[in-house]
Design a protein. Sequence first.
Length: 266
Amino acid sequence: MRLATWNVNSVKARLPRLLDWLAGTKPDVVCLQETKCPDGAFPTAEVGELGYEVASHSDGRWNGVAILSRVGLADVAVGFADEPGFPEPEARSISATCAGLRVWSIYVPNGRTPDSPHYEYKLAWLAVLRDALAAELRTGLPLVVCGDYNVAPTDADVWDPGLFVNSTHVTPAERQALADLRALGLTDVVPTPMKGPHPFTYWDYRAGMFHQNKGMRIDLVYATESFAERVTSAYVDREARKGKGPSDHAPIVVDTAPNPNHTDLG
């Protein structure tokens, strides 16, 4: 199976790039974040021409998530039990079963600043997500949780840790929330960088940050051991961040070997 995750920063604005990338990369399952597209307006027909079914959850504003699959799409669920909101729950999570694999696409709240109510919302959202994943794991299906976590797990995941002191994305509480997710039995599938020593996935649009590789690793793939142990390669597709009108994130692409114990899994 080839699995990918990508914060596209508006699926409509990025549609030609997305279609070209899908045609060239040929992932079996794709998790998208920040789609910014009402469900009824999602380009289902266009991606359908490439063989993908679509499950989308969005209110058309600044968030929105989706799963594209060409290996089946079943048991779709939007959001999760007791999901907190700001003040109402937002379109930040969708899950589905694709060829025997339970796939989640998530877009964690940004948090803004550590003294903001949005930061408390972010921590609450991650805490309830942990509870939801704990329940999901009890089903026994292999699981992967992909998306824009808006947290850099370690200092090595930001280009200059000194510049991020007292900022969101790197605070101890946010990193502990990620550690709590991993403590459920999830593995951080760290991709190979295409430039430099760090697998950054996000670069600010401003001041040539991308060309200087001043980025962050905030897009993550967390997976159960039954999935992670079959990973044969994982990489940040930095090429997709280049050119005219890109997203400020690059996709992560993960390839796995066949699962001998499950005929559905690619």
